[in-house]
Design a protein around this ligand. Structure first.
Ligand SMILES: *Cc1c(COP(=O)(O)O)cnc(C)c1O
Length: 371
């Protein structure tokens, strides 16, 4: 029998019967999308869970980000300061809005944008800062807000990895002018495909409503040039079901997190990112940083794991500014730390149902890999 493959993640799913029971009413109502009952219910539940004043559900995290940026009506060609150490969606969302990404380096300690390097990148064209709470690691929110206030910039957080994170007792989505979340199948909470924008200014809700539903405001009234980015009812129900089990899922993730930490924290050359002591951990990913003392490179380790049927991932390599579609297109900035991290980081298998024997195998491969 071929050996079982251990993937980096596995989508959370509610018990089969629970989902089937929950979607039955759709066969009576025939109301499958267009801001139905379950769309509204999930918006309300998520506002509570994420502890945010307002939230708009979207068809996916990328459209949430694209439309969140669009909702601020920035003039074409203006600049947004952002991180290149992220999933490609972050940079695409800026460029697809006909705005210019200005890449800022990150901190080696946790992979988030280096707030001390932001001010030097500001020009008359800068309109916003778009940082990423990468792996759920919280950015330096106070300093970023101080800079934004000083130069009158908007702050839009890509919180795709930060579902459920609390910072100083408040939902992470309540900081900045807006934050976006992804509910993609591979994220810590999923609606199969889905996402949301959180914000505190109600006018953004109205604007996003137009942008996600063609700008339609009445049977004969279209008042804005909107796209179509609505979440459908099957997805919303998947979200409602998964949300019922999220606390249990997080408890299971925490156990596995502690198990990994205990066995990996003293392995020479394997570094674990620093966590902000005032932020909660949402146990979304388990990234490790492979340093020189490890004796092998990240890429060599990646191959060794592959040979053992362990599918770790190089999130995020290459950095987005070095991808074929963006290379040499934007302002040149020193991105030494981002490039260094991208060559060192490896996200290892981590999810709530990950078996103990699989974890044992991952750990022994990481330890043997050294030899
Ligand atoms: C997943 C992700 C997105 C995009 O979300 P989708 O739901 O897949 O469209 C955006 N930014 C980051 C950092 C992500 O990891």
């Amino acid at each position: 029998m071929p050996e079982e493959k251990i993937f980096v993640t596995q989508s959370s799913m509610p018990p089969y019967e629970e989902y089937i029971e929950s979607i039955k009413p759709l066969w009576d109502s025939h109301w499958l999308t267009n801001m139905g009952q379950y769309h509204r219910e999930l918006e309300a539940r998520l506002c509570e869970y994420l502890e945010v004043p307002e939230l708009s559900l979207m068809v996916n995290g990328h459209m949430a980000l694209e439309l969140a940026i669009q909702s601020f009506d920035f003039p074409e060609g203006t600049e947004i300061i952002t991180t290149p150490f992220t999933f490609i969606s972050t940079t695409h969302a800026i460029v697809r809005n006909r705005l210019k990404p200005v890449f800022c380096d990150v901190k080696l300690s946790d992979g988030t944008i280096d707030e001390t390097k932001i001010e030097d990148l500001i020009t008359e064209k800068t309109v916003a800062i778009l940082p990423v709470h990468v792996y759920g690691n919280v950015c330096n929110i106070e300093e970023i807000q101080r800079i934004a206030d000083k130069y009158n910039l908007k702050v839009i957080y890509d919180a795709a990895h930060a579902f459920g994170v609390k910072y100083k007792g408040k939902g992470i989505g309540s900081y900045g002018d807006a934050s976006i979340f992804s509910f993609h199948a591979t994220k810590v909470f999923n609606t199969i495909e889905g996402g949301a924008v959180t914000f505190s200014d109600h006018r953004i809700y109205e604007k996003l409503y137009n942008l996600k539903n063609f700008g339609i405001r009445g049977e004969e009234l279209v008042c804005d040039v909107g796209a179509n980015a609505k979440m459908n009812e099957f997805a919303a129900i998947m979200g409602l079901c998964n949300l019922k089990h999220i606390d249990e899922a997080l408890r299971e993730r925490k156990k596995r997190y502690d198990y990994y930490i205990e066995r990996l924290h003293d392995v020479k050359g394997i570094r674990i990112f620093e966590k902000n002591s005032e932020a909660t951990n949402n146990y979304a990913y388990f990234p490790i940083v492979i340093e020189d003392e490890y004796g092998k490179t990240r890429d060599e380790l990646y191959c060794i794991l592959r040979e053992n049927n362990i599918y770790a991932r190089k999130y995020f390599y290459p950095i987005t500014s070095d991808q074929a579609c963006f290379k040499n297109k934007y302002k040149r900035v020193e991105l030494e730390c981002a490039r260094k991290l991208a060559k060192q980081v490896l996200v290892i298998p981590f999810y709530e149902n990950l078996g103990i024997s699989s974890m044992y195998k991952v750990i022994s491969s990481l330890k043997c890999g050294k030899e």
